[in-house]
Ligand binder design. Structure first.
Ligand code: ATP
Ligand code: MG
Length: 588
C-alpha cells in the first residue's frame, strides 16, 4: 500500500532539534524518521522503520548467503552466564541491570557471546556438528557514558551479531574470512565509503580483529593508513615501531640541574637551551624530554590504582589509546587530592626516580615503546625546580612495562613499512573478531573430536551496527535541503507530488500511484489537498526519496515532471509513457 501524506503518521519540522550535533541526527528528526524518547533512545516512525527494515534485509540476505542461520535470543538475560565469563563485573556501569520480583539479577544484553556459546553447548556435541555460524538481528542495550549524535551512539540500538564455532584454528580462520567477505558485500550494498582497519580486540579478549569504518570527517574513530604499503589500523591498535636498544657504554652520567619555573615541556626546553646547551650544538627539543603523566585507574570491582605513563615530551597521552589499553578499567586525570595522597610526586617535576613499583611512590610505571635501553632523556628530578639531564633508560631507570598510549600522528612511521602514515576519521560500522577459546573455556563448550576426545571449540564474533548504519547512510547522503537516500535504502522508490486544486491532477496521480504499485514500486504519495506546492516540494526534498514525480499544471498538456533528487535534474515526460519512464528511472 502506498504511503499517503494526507494520513501518514508524520510531521516534518522546519527547525533543527536543539540537541542535534550532526546532520544525520538533525535531518532524521526533521524529516520525521525518528523521535527521541530519552537520551540515546529513539522511536522509529513509519518512514524510519522502512529504512531500518531495508538495511536489515540487506544484512540478512548476505548473512544467509554465506550460510549463517538466523535465530533470536531474548534481550532480557540472567546474570549467571555473564558472571561465568567475568563480564557481569567487567562491563561496570555500561550495562543496564535489573532485578525480578524475587530479587534475582538480570541484564539487558549488550552483546550475546555467552548466550550463543551456551546454546551451542546445549544442542551440539560432536565435531561433525561443526562448523556453525549463527546470527541474530536484535536490539542491544548499553548504558553509554556519552550517548550522542542520535542513532550513531544510542543506548538502545539494533545490531546484527553473529558467532562462528569451529573445532580448530583453521576452521576459525575460514569462518572469519567468510564473514569478512560477507561484510564487504553488505557495506558495498549499503553504499558506504569505508576502510577495513586493524582493530583492538578490547574487552572481547580475542586475537585477530578488524573494523569496518565508514569514512566521515566527524567520525568518533581515528584511523591511520599507509599509502605506501596499504597498512590501515584504528589508532587504538597501532603499535609504534620500537627502535633497537643501543649500548649505554660511554654515555655521560646523569646530572641534576636547577630549572626553576619549568613545569611544562615548553618552559623546560627553553630553559635547557639557554642555560644548559648541548655539547654538540644541536638544540634541545621536546622530543629529548621524558614526560610522566599520572592517571587514576578505576577497576571494574571499584578499586582505584594510580598509574604513571612515560612518553616523549613531544607527545600527548591519547585518551582513546589509553582507554583501549587499560580496558576494562577506566581512568580519570590525576587530581589535587590524588597528588596529596602521594607526597613523593613533585607536580611538574615528576621523574622515574620515584616512579615504579619498586621506587618511593610505589606507583606502576609504564613506558612508551620509544623509550628503549640506551636512550637519554631530560626529565623531572622529583624536586620542584629541578630536572635531571642525560638520564639513560636501562641504565638509570626502567619501567614496569611498556604501554601504547602516546598519540599517533600523520607523518609517523608505518609499523609495517616505515613509510609516512596518514590519519583520517571514520564511524565504526562493523567489527569482526577471532575470539578463540575464551568464551568456550569459561562456559565449558567442548565437543568430541575425530579421536573421540573432548575438545574446546574455537569461536569468532562479528557485529554490524544496523541502526547506526541508517544514521551513517544519512550522514553521507544529504544536502542543504534534506536527505538524499541511495536507491536500495530509501523508504519509498518514488515520491509522487500532486499540486494545485485541480481534481484531474489528483485523479491522475492516484492512477499513476496504483499503476506503479502494480509494478512493484513503493510509492510515497503527497495527496494533501490543502497544502501549498512550495511546502510539498520542501517536504519532498527533506524526506529525500531519490525520484520525485510532480503531477501539476503540465497535466493539461499531457505531461508530468520527473525529478532526480540528487542531481536536481528534471524532465517532462508524456503521461502515456510515465510508468515506463519512472520504472526506467528507478531501475525497476
Ligand atoms: P564503539 O567503539 O563505537 O563503542 P564497540 O566497539 O563497542 O563500538 P561492538 O561491540 O564492536 O561495538 O559492536 C558491534 C557494532 O555495533 C559496532 O561496530 C557498531 O556499529 C555498533 N554499535 C556499538 N555500539 C553502538 C551504539 N551505542 N549505538 C549504535 N551502534 C552501536
Ligand atoms: Mg567494536
Amino acid at each position: 500500500m502506498a504511503m499517503r501524506m494526507s494520513s501518514l503518521f508524520l510531521r516534518t519540522l522546519r527547525e533543527d532539534p536543539a540537541d542535534a550535533e550532526v546532520p544525520s541526527h538533525r535531518l532524521l528528526v526533521r524529516a520525521g524518521y525518528i523521535r527521541r524518547v530519552s537520551p540515546g533512545i529513539y522511536t522509529w516512525l513509519p518512514l524510519g522503520l522502512k529504512v531500518l527494515r531495508r538495511v536489515e534485509t540487506i544484512v540478512r540476505e548476505e548473512m544467509d548467503a554465506m550460510g549463517a542461520q538466523e535465530l533470536l535470543f531474548p534481550a532480557l538475560l540472567p546474570k549467571e552466564p555473564y558472571e561465568a565469563t567475568g563480564r557481569w563485573t567487567e562491563y561496570g556501569d555500561n550495562i543496564f541491570r535489573l532485578q525480578d520480583r524475587k530479587k534475582n539479577d538480570y541484564l539487558l544484553g549488550p552483546t550475546h557471546e555467552e548466550l550463543f556459546t551456551l546454546a551451542v553447548k546445549d544442542l551440539f556435541s560432536s565435531y561433525k556438528d561443526l562448523p556453525l555460524s549463527i546470527y541474530q538481528i536484535q536490539t542491544k542495550y548499553r548504558d553509554e557514558a556519552r550517548p550522542r549524535a542520535g542513532l550513531l551512539r544510542g543506548r538502545e540500538f539494533v545490531m546484527k551479531d553473529s558467532y562462528s564455532f569451529d573445532i580448530d584454528d583453521e576452521g576459525l580462520e575460514k569462518a572469519y574470512q567468510q564473514h569478512r567477505d560477507a561484510y564487504i558485500k553488505i557495506f558495498d550494498r549499503l553504499g558506504f565509503h569505508y576502510v577495513i582497519v586493524e582493530a583492538m580486540a578490547g574487552a572481547m579478549g580475542g586475537s585477530k580483529s578488524e573494523e569496518f569504518l565508514a569514512t566521515a570527517e566527524n567520525g568518533e574513530d581515528t584511523y591511520v593508513r599507509c599509502d605506501a604499503c596499504g597498512f590501515a589500523a584504528n589508532v587504538e591498535a597501532v603499535r609504534v615501531p620500537a627502535p633497537e636498544a643501543v649500548t649505554v657504554d660511554g654515555l655521560p652520567a646523569a646530572h641534576v640541574e636547577d630549572t626553576p619555573d619549568t613545569p611544562t615541556i615548553e618552559t623546560l626546553v627553553a630553559a635547557a637551551n639557554s642555560n644548559h646547551p648541548r655539547a654538540d650544538g644541536r638544540a634541545w627539543t621536546a622530543a629529548d624530554t621524558l614526560k610522566n603523566v599520572l592517571v587514576m585507574l578505576t577497576h571494574p570491582d571499584g578499586t582505584r590504582e594510580p598509574l604513571a605513563i612515560g612518553v616523549p615530551g613531544d607527545r600527548e597521552v591519547d585518551e582513546k589509546r589509553l582507554t583501549a589499553q587499560i580496558e576494562p578499567a577506566t581512568f580519570t586525570p590525576f587530581e589535587e587530592k590524588d597528588f596529596a595522597q602521594h607526597p613523593t610526586l613533585a607536580k611538574g617535576y615528576i621523574g622515574p626516580g620515584v616512579l615504579g613499583a619498586d621506587n618511593a611512590s610505589g606507583i606502576r610505571y609504564l613506558l612508551d615503546p620509544r623509550i628503549v635501553a640506551g636512550t637519554s632523556w631530560i626529565t623531572g628530578a622529583d624536586e620542584p625546580g629541578k630536572h635531571v639531564f642525560d638520564l639513560v633508560a636501562g641504565r638509570d631507570f626502567t619501567g614496569d612495562g611498556t604501554i601504547e598510549a602516546a598519540d599517533v600522528r600523520a607523518g609517523d612511521a608505518c609499523p609495517s613499512c616505515e613509510g609516512p602514515l596518514q590519519t583520517a576519521r571514520g564511524i565504526e560500522m562493523g567489527h569482526i573478531f577471532q575470539l578463540g577459546r575464551k568464551y568456550a573455556e569459561a562456559l565449558d563448550l567442548q565437543v568430541l573430536d575425530q579421536n573421540g576426545k573432548l575438545r574446546t571449540v574455537t569461536m569468532g564474533s562479528y557485529g554490524v551496527g544496523v541502526s547506526r548504519a541508517v544514521a551513517c547512510i544519512a550522514e553521507g547522503n544529504h544536502d542543504e535541503f534534506g536527505l538524499v537516500w541511495p536507491r536500495g535504502i530509501t523508504p519509498a522508490d518514488v515520491h509522487i507530488v500532486a499540486t494545485g486544486k485541480d481534481d484531474d491532477v489528483f485523479t491522475y496521480a492516484e492512477e499513476l500511484t496504483r499503476e506503479l504499485e502494480a509494478n512493484g514500486v513503493e510509492v510515497l504519495f503527497d495527496d494533501r489537498k490543502s497544502v501549498s506546492p512550495g511546502v510539498k516540494f520542501k517536504d519532498a526534498e527533506l524526506i529525500g526519496v531519490p525520484t520525485i514525480v510532480v503531477v501539476g499544471r503540465g497535466l493539461a498538456d499531457g505531461e508530468i515532471e520527473i525529478k532526480d533528487r540528487r542531481s536536481g535534474e528534471r524532465r517532462n515526460v508524456p503521461t502515456g509513457s510515465a510508468v515506463a519512464e519512472v520504472l526506467a528511472e528507478i531501475g525497476g
